[in-house]
Design a protein. Structure first.
Length: 120
């Protein structure tokens, strides 16, 4: 369970779904485990957020809810809300609950103007 210690930190406040619109994207993100922390908040949203938030056009959110500690590592789908579709694009990921925080195995988004977003 190296992911509990070996993860990248996503800590910029511009990842929060309360941030406005810009044109950032996660297409070039290297595959690996990540944790939302600091100004970014603590986790991914689990319901469809508005478009053009977290400084991107298509806001990424966790479809399927967060796992419990007992669930261990689970597969989930991140949906990217664009236009009138809450799941216009999607990416399969892994998530794990370590009681006081979550980690996510993420990879580059399918195209640009899509971003993994966060909330408190």
């Amino acid at each position: 369970m190296l992911e509990c210690q070996n993860y990248g930190s996503l800590n910029n406040s511009d990842r929060k779904i309360t941030s406005g619109r810009c044109n950032y994207c996660d297409r070039g993100i290297d595959s690996g485990w990540f944790r939302f922390e600091g100004s970014a908040g603590t986790r991914m949203p689990t319901s469809c957020p508005p478009v053009q938030r977290c400084n991107t056009d298509a806001t990424g959110w966790l479809n399927g809810g967060h796992p419990t500690v007992a669930d261990g590592q689970v597969s989930r789908r991140v949906c990217f809300h664009y236009g009138n579709k809450c799941c216009h694009w999607a990416r399969n990921i892994y998530a794990r609950n370590y009681s006081s925080y979550y980690v996510y195995y993420l990879s580059g988004t399918p195209t640009c103007s899509l971003r993994y977003c966060s909330t408190d």
